[in-house]
Design a protein around this ligand. Structure first.
Ligand code: C2E
Ligand code: CA
Ligand code: CA
Length: 610
């Protein structure tokens, strides 16, 4: 007893202090002084490593702990000596550790595993633990004493976690990437909780290409970044968003109680995406189209969808949302599969249609608003498919995708120029012919020649031809655009900016490019009567045109009221059903003969500087 008191007095070091207590116990348990000294030395060594070192009972109660363990785990050593090691590992690790302790106590085999220890309330440390049965201790089972030593690998685990996260992360937006989506789908398929729904929504930004083309890729990237952020905010978790590339995002909605819950989320997403973006001093508005697919209503009977099945369903639904006018969501329905086949058939038949002469041009008069006299016509392509007409809004994008637009566009140019010459020959002098040019066609290296040849072969004066090009096509590569336009303008060709107001023109380019006209998009004209906002835009385009010496042409004029308002605002020319639809050449001629249409004689372009 006295010797214990003496030792305690000497023991500054906690290990010593421990051993003093232990000596008392060990001598009682029959350990020799030599053994005790060796053990004390070993324990001091453990202390010196700075690693974790605990001696526990088989059930986990801590009998001895180094000061460095206390330091590492951020608990007072006295606390450690009062608890079980199971109390200081993370809850989810407890069972595994308890089992390993027991196994080791039973058979004495060394066990190694990684555990997360909880330190205080929030922090935790990962420790690679080695569990051994105490040397010279052949008391098996619950009486065995175990030595738990361990190295702190928290930094390593954290690095590893970050690496894994990075490999699942889209570097631009911080959302997940395709690999991440794949992982989430696999996890859901493996889990498939009955009664719970999983939905995958594929979203695509309407008109993103336009932003990218007109404002440049940096702004495009900034927009994507902001969209990523808004999505993560709207879903209140970044774990649900992944970007597949380009402007395609995937939302993974898990644990839904009903379909309407998913729909509420999508409505929120559509709303947040519609709010204006501020990019480099410009205010940009964009909308999004979303396709939604569900699974999980009967997960036990339904075979889980593969990643590509999920994407295909969501993609079909998204396609439908776009077809219905964009800025909306659409739910997958099996009938979309048939529609896709239909699309495919149409696209295939397009090649034949070119050979069979199923494509035609109709001509829509562009008139002076005061007199209604025809100043020009716009050539609009028609496809008379044997099973019914197919609208240009359907087949033009297809032709742009499959490359046929180069042929169709070149054909339209030749055909329109030849029509002008043919009317001339019949004494019908239409002053100008407007021809639409697709961005794909415009950027094609053979474009200049195709224009030159069409005009030359028809034998018409080039300054009667107006090429209609959209803002985004003009803005894609401004330097190349400028030189191409300048070269064509030198021949006499004129240019009109089509659908003006829907793209993102830089006003300085409007001045720099040799343009002759702005065609105000018909959406503004149709909104003009009800929306002061649209009215303001129309009147701003009028003054802009005047300032820049451009002819302002309003598209889609359907009513007298629109016509009057446009006229009052100083619109130069108008086009729309109020005056005439796009007509086949024969009908156009008949209308002139019947006097329902009259030709004007003033050359609109010679009036101004255009
Ligand atoms: P766009 O160039 O904006 O052509 C005007 C569209 O508005 C035409 O549709 C025309 O029929 C329609 N429209 C004219 N007046 C009115 C009106 O009062 N109300 C309404 N609601 N619509 C009116 P369409 O013919 O269906 O052509 C659609 C688009 O397809 C065209 O839009 C153009 O972008 C493209 N397109 C047509 N023909 C060609 C072509 O030969 N080449 C190229 N690249 N694109 C073409
Ligand atoms: Ca047009
Ligand atoms: Ca247009």
């Amino acid at each position: 007893m006295t010797s214990i008191t003496f030792d305690v007095a000497l023991a500054h070091d906690p290990v010593d202090r421990d051993f003093v207590a232990l000596d008392a116990l060990s001598s009682a348990s029959g350990q020799s002084a030599d053994e005790r000294a060796a053990e004390r030395e070993g324990w001091a060594l453990l202390e010196a490593t700075g690693d974790l070192a605990l001696q526990t009972e088989a059930a986990g109660r801590i009998r001895r702990a180094t000061e460095s363990s206390a330091h590492l785990l951020d608990y007072p050593r006295e606390y450690l000596l009062r608890v079980s090691v199971l109390d200081i590992v993370a809850a989810e690790e407890r069972q595994r550790l308890a089992w390993l302790l027991q196994r080791c106590a039973q058979d004495g085999t060394v066990r190694r595993d990684r555990f997360r220890f909880v330190c205080g309330i929030r922090s935790s440390r990962w420790i690679d633990l080695r569990i051994t049965r105490r040397v010279n201790d052949d008391r098996a089972d619950e009486h065995a004493e175990l030595l738990l030593t361990g190295h702190d690998v928290t930094d390593w685990v954290e690095n590893e976690r970050q690496l894994v996260e990075l490999s699942y992360q889209d570097p631009l937006t911080g959302a997940g990437n395709r690999a991440y989506m794949r992982k989430r789908i696999a996890e859901f398929s493996a889990r498939g909780t009955p009664g719970q729904l999983f939905a995958l929504a594929l979203m695509d930004l309407d008109g993103f290409k336009k932003v990218n083309d007109s404002l440049g890729h940096e702004f495009g990237d900034a927009l994507l970044k902001e969209i990523g952020k808004r999505l993560q905010d709207a879903l209140r978790s970044r774990n649900m968003v992944a970007r597949l590339g380009g402007d395609e995002f995937v939302l993974m909605l898990e644990g839904l109680d009903s379909e309407s819950e998913a729909i509420r989320i999508l409505e929120r997403v559509i709303h947040v995406c519609r709010q204006p973006f501020h990019l480099g001093g410009c205010q940009v508005r964009i909308t999004t189209s979303i396709g939604l697919a569900f699974a999980g209503t009967t997960p036990l009977t339904e075979t889980p969808l593969t990643e590509s099945q999920w994407l295909r369903r969501a993609d079909l639904a998204m396609y439908e949302a776009k077809a219905l006018g964009k800025n909306r969501y659409c739910l997958y329905s099996p009938e979309y599969e048939h529609r896709l086949d239909e699309q495919f058939r149409i696209e295939q038949s397009m090649f034949e249609a070119v050979q069979n002469g199923e494509f035609l041009l109709h001509y829509q008069p562009i008139v002076w608003p005061e007199t209604g006299e025809v100043c020009a016509t716009e050539a609009l392509m028609r496809w008379e498919h044997p099973q019914g007409a197919i609208a240009p809004d359907v087949f033009i994008p297809m032709a742009e995708n499959n490359g046929l637009i180069k042929h169709l566009g070149a054909w339209a140019l030749r055909c329109a120029c030849a029509q002008l010459a043919s009317w001339d020959a019949q004494g019908i002098h239409v002053q100008h012919m407007s021809v639409n040019v697709s961005p794909v066609q415009f950027r094609h290296p053979g474009f200049l020649d195709s224009v030159r040849n069409a005009i030359h072969d028809a034998g018409i004066v080039p300054d009667r031809v107006v090429l209609e090009i959209t803002e985004s096509a003009l803005m894609t590569d401004p330097a190349a655009t400028e030189s191409l336009l300048t070269e064509l303008r030198a021949l006499g060709i004129r240019f009109a900016v089509d659908d003006f107001g829907t793209g993102y023109s830089s006003l300085s380019y409007l001045r720099r490019f040799p343009l002759s006209a702005l065609k105000i998009d018909r959406s503004f004209v149709s909104d003009m009567m009800d929306s002061p906002h649209a009215r303001t835009i129309v009147s701003a385009v009028m003054s802009l045109s005047r300032e820049l010496g451009l002819v302002a042409i309003a598209e889609g004029v359907e009513s007298d009221a629109q016509a009057h308002l446009l006229s009052a605002q100083g619109c130069t020319l108008v086009q729309g059903w109020r005056y005439a639809h796009a007509l086949p050449p024969g009908e156009f001629e008949r209308a002139l003969r019947a006097g329902t249409l009259r030709l004007g004689h003033t050359d609109v372009f010679s009036q101004g500087q255009a």
